[in-house]
Write a protein that binds this ligand. Structure first.
Ligand SMILES: NC(=O)c1ccc[n+]([C@@H]2O[C@H](COP(=O)([O-])OP(=O)(O)OC[C@H]3O[C@@H](n4cnc5c(N)ncnc54)[C@H](O)[C@@H]3O)[C@@H](O)[C@H]2O)c1
Ligand SMILES: [Zn+2]
Ligand SMILES: [Zn+2]
Length: 341
């Protein structure tokens, strides 16, 4: 059968791979229906993703159907529609034993560290499948992106009535915005791209946005919106080290800052005036937990998360190589592109 592989940066090729064998104990054979494309895939394509190795079959945001299950699998059966939790963990290390499967010491993300879903069928541990009978395959493929924001907001633990500032309104920031809204906190969104802020106001229904112009006007705008208090929790989803350093300034006294965006650069910030004086709590956020997937599938099924604004672009399996470069351009309005396999 045919699979789509990134042979090296900027080089897609269609390869022939053997049909998968019958699933072993604890595994399931799945048919891939939809693959969501995210920033990780775009960086992998450009050769800018340090965790990505080549050649690689990408695809970690998956809507799948179970074809067959191996011995001992009880949770899913052939025909079931599922979302995939693409974080393969060892189940043995200290992190896994304490329930932090999102940051297993030997963590592998499907489609990043090992081959993913841009192929008609593959074998996955059945414990990584989350049943989603009421979701479309498109919605199943959105669950992982939403899980990243869900976990980040859980780390920030906003309370109803608090002010949450999300910096960066790309797909990851948007996913955090969904859960900040659900927490009952007042959600404020900052970005330097006015089109992304317009999308947040018009399509996501968050009225309070701040345009970051690279001067102090953003801090003034936040102070005005919050009666001078600033944000109880700041979630930085930019991946920009400049923004991540400045994030401290937007937090109130005893506030929390969550870095869900990732930078390869060092972060340098003054300790005494912000970190110490305001007694800030700084948190990282990596991947997501199994319970986040279950919760999101329920929220989409109940209509509490509207997935309609999310999918802006679609393509067939055979079109990926040709259209992929256009998905690199934010000016084409891409939030989420979905590949039909
Ligand atoms: N924590 C995780 O497990 C995880 C998972 C996936 C992605 N990520 C990371 O999340 C980050 C965001 O991903 P994305 O796909 O949404 O990226 P994106 O590039 O689409 O979005 C980033 C947004 O931040 C804005 N921005 C950049 N610099 C800014 C600044 N100085 N001030 C205000 N806004 C600024 C951009 O205009 C853009 O809208 C990336 O760093 C990515 O690697 C983290
Ligand atoms: Zn992703
Ligand atoms: Zn582990």
């Amino acid at each position: 059968m045919k699979a789509l592989q990134l042979e090296k940066p900027e080089h897609w090729r269609t390869i022939d791979i053997p049909e998968p064998s019958a699933p072993g104990p604890g595994d399931a054979l799945v048919r891939v229906h939809r693959v969501g494309i995210c920033g990780t895939d775009l960086s992998g394509y450009l050769g800018k993703m340090p965790f990505f190795s080549y050649p690689r079959i990408p695809g970690h945001e998956l809507g799948v159907e179970v074809v067959a299950v191996g011995e001992g699998v009880a949770g899913v059966k052939p025909g079931d529609r599922c979302s995939v939790e693409p974080y393969i963990n060892c189940q043995k290390c200290y992190s896994c034993r304490r329930g932090h499967s999102n940051c297993c010491e030997y963590h592998l993300t499907l489609g990043v560290h090992c081959d993913g879903g841009l192929r008609p069928e593959f074998i996955v541990p059945a414990r990584k499948l989350h049943l989603a009978p009421n979701l479309s395959f498109d919605q199943c493929a959105l669950v992982e992106t939403l899980a990243i924001g869900c976990h980040a907001v859980n780390r920030a633990a906003p309370l109803s009535g608090e002010n949450v500032l999300v910096i960066g309104a790309g797909p990851i920031g948007l996913s955090a915005i969904e859960f900040a809204k659900l927490s009952g906190a007042r959600t404020i969104v900052m970005d330097m791209n006015p089109d992304r802020l317009a999308f947040v106001r018009e399509k996501i229904g968050v009225p309070d946005t701040i345009l970051a112009r690279g001067d102090a006007s953003d801090l003034e705008a936040l102070a005005e919106l919050t009666g001078g208090q600033l944000a109880d929790a700041v979630i930085d989803a930019t991946g920009s080290n400049k923004s991540m350093v400045r994030a401290l300034e937007f937090a109130t006294f005893a506030g929390r800052i969550v870095y869900v965006g990732i930078t390869q650069q060092n972060l340098e910030f003054p300790h005494a005036p912000f970190m110490h004086r305001r007694e800030l709590t700084l948190l990282a956020s990596r991947n997501a937990l199994p319970g986040d997937f279950t919760r999101i599938i329920g929220l989409i099924g109940d209509g509490k998360i509207d997935t309609r604004p999310w999918i802006t672009h679609q393509a067939g399996f055979d079109e990926v190589a040709a259209v992929f470069p256009t998905w690199l351009k934010p000016e084409t309005g891409v939030i989420k592109a979905i590949v039909h396999v």
